[in-house]
Write a protein that binds this ligand. Sequence first.
Ligand SMILES: [Zn+2]
Length: 465
Amino acid sequence: MARPPVTLRFLGAAGTVTGSRFLVSTPRAQVLVDCGLFQGQKELRLRNWEPFPVDPDSLDAVVLSHAHVDHCGYLPALVRAGYGGPVYGTRGTAELAAIVLPDSGRLQEEDASFANRKGFSKHKPALPLYTEEDAIAAAELIRPVETGAPLEIAPGIGLELTRAGHILGAASVSLRLEGPPERRLLVSGDLGRSQHPLLLDPAPPPAADWVLVESTYGDREHQEDDVVEQLAAAVRETVARKGVVVIPAFAVDRTEVVLFHLRALAEAGRIPRVPIFVDSPMALAALRVYRRALAEGREEVRPEFRGRDEVLDPGELTEIRDPRESRALCDAPGPFVVVSASGMATGGRVLHHLAARLPDPINSVLLVGYQVGGTRGHRLLRGEHAVKMLGRYVPVRAQVRSLAAFSVHADASELMDWLRRLPSPPLGVFAVHGEAAAAAALASQVDRSLGWPAVVPAHDERVQL
Ligand SMILES: [Zn+2]
């Protein structure tokens, strides 16, 4: 009798950049690679509310590539639905997820209660997808795994993580699935850029039969023409107008990279020394994790910064924790720089800073990462004249600049370079984690330049490995 096939099911990040979830099923086990939240357009976010397509209890293990919400933010919902098994990720991922997940739970609760107070939810009462408490329980399931150390995580399924250089702890996930024939599945996770100032480049990928490669910037090349100078110019000009520079930063990694550059620029005399505020409890907690990783000299940190956590302190840094201080800062006169989450202005304290500063042309807003379609960050990027936040429209008069090259995502050439380093050609490549056009562009480039079959999977598509 033929054995049941080994299958891969794309439960998210297929034709879109969020909701990374890939279900691998073998005759003996079932493993979920990444457990991300859908973000952006409403029809995508609604997917977070659909019941998980298989009984969560039937999963043997969950593996997380890294601690960004679109890769791990659904885990508390899965746990709430009954999953209680092991979750594997690197130590950095475990440390950061313990910050990111509860914060996501808090945001879900705040959004629900805000919607209830203002009465703008269709659901009465509006309920959170999960709570902070669910998220804390989920984070406690994560078991740290070393990169480069193979581990059996389910009957007949071996796991190995390799450095992805995207944020602290980020890894590519390689699964060895028992045969016959044995299959090796490689999920790139999000791949970093070789320009990351603090983290080492992605490691070469291990051999694989099937590869899932991210394609966030699959149709674009980052413009290198001195993004750091663009940051410096924006700060100089805004400070000269006595304005405020608002940087909506992804609380994990972008904050660190921005602080690193602000320090270097101030030391080099390229920007004036002005107060810098980090107003995000989550960003500050993540900053502590990065400082510790630098101080400990972890392997994924660039050798020149091992043991040198002071490079993350721009000198004039004030950490804002109290919500009252945060509100007071919204009324304070410039010049100063405020870094606050979330990075796509989908929630968090940055909304109050944006609502306060956007109406005045002396201020500026710097977008330092990818902006998913449908988010406020994307509306600002597109140059909309008014953007709705906190239930009302705020006119946009401040200068909005995009510094996308600060992105922690590889561009098309860098993705191709990573694929070229595979020790042998795979049977096929799936371009995931990209908007449809970006994913299609990367797939066709793989097909054209490398001669490997490459496709963009459809949402909920199932394939045999
Ligand atoms: Zn990411």
